[in-house]
Design a protein around this ligand. Structure first.
Ligand code: URA
Ligand code: SF4
Length: 265
């Protein structure tokens, strides 16, 4: 048994979607080597990806615990102070020009022991006013996805790639994403989730550690695949604001959510 050809094609398409024109020799060698192996741990391939479209989706969702089992009370105290310190830094942050136009910086929200993190793009107008992530129309859709997955909103952790609202609701610039990334990195370290879902291309770009160009990322091509950020599986999916305009693609996000649920088990 080797790697399924479909998986290899998905993998190559994934890199193509990222804008790669060639694949490194070492990567190809590792693919070929693994294709002769008796059983292949696809995850061990260089940031490898797996196609998730064809998997069954009849699991009993309600059995999944959303909290980290290995979380201990003593570490809980450290986690609380680490997140408080981080949020305080965000509230005072002036590291990028978005600090000039924001009304309120928007820190992450939810359970710091959650096994699942959702990462959006940037606070919108409602979030800027309230200082809370995903409270507008897109937020309502995200909340209904979380509930459909069998959780409450306060059980998961929700955050954004950049913590301040870009003027005119524009997409954050690569430079802003890069400057703000340290906060997201620290949030992920503190929560240490089992699974991350990135909502849209900005969050996906950030968790790919900004290795390609933002404009080369096509979420419609990347979604359906899993990649890894510091060994944590990342499931990219559409941004809820996109789904509000393209309701027919909601079922694809539901497929992605089911992959997340499988990995939470
Ligand atoms: N869109 C986002 O990406 N984040 C929010 O918090 C709200 C809308
Ligand atoms: Fe600081 Fe991030 Fe806000 Fe920029 S977007 S000011 S880096 S918190």
């Amino acid at each position: 048994m080797g790697i399924k050809i479909d998986t290899v094609i998905d993998l190559l398409n994934f890199y193509k979607a990222l804008g790669f024109k060639e694949i490194p020799n070492d990567f190809l060698k590792s693919l070929l080597k693994n294709s002769n192996a008796k059983s292949v741990k696809t995850e061990s391939l260089l940031n490898s990806t797996v196609n998730i479209q064809s998997k069954k989706n009849n699991e009993n969702l309600s059995k999944i615990s959303i909290y980290n089992d290995d979380f201990s009370v003593s570490f809980g105290h450290e986690k609380n102070s680490a997140i408080e310190k981080l949020n305080q830094e965000i509230k005072e942050c002036k590291k990028c020009p978005l600090s000039n136009s924001r009304k309120n910086p928007v820190c992450g929200q939810g359970n710091i022991n959650a096994k699942l993190i959702f990462i959006g793009e940037a606070p919108g107008i409602d979030e800027d006013l309230q200082g809370i992530p995903f409270v507008g129309e897109a937020g309502k859709l995200l909340t209904s996805l979380i509930e459909k997955m069998g959780f409450n909103r306060q059980d998961v952790y929700i955050t954004n790639t950049v913590k301040c609202h870009p003027p005119g609701n524009r997409e954050p610039f690569e430079s802003e994403i890069e400057i703000c990334f340290d906060y997201l990195k620290r949030e992920i370290e503190i929560v240490s989730p089992k699974v991350i879902m990135t909502l849209g291309k900005v969050a996906t770009y950030a968790l790919m550690e900004m290795k390609s160009k933002l404009k080369e990322i096509k979420i419609s091509k990347i979604r359906g695949n899993v990649f890894f950020y510091r060994k944590i599986p990342v499931i990219p999916t559409f941004h809820p604001a996109y789904l509000l305009r393209n309701r027919k693609d909601k079922w694809l996000t539901w497929e992605d959510a089911q992959e997340a649920l499988r990995r939470l088990k």
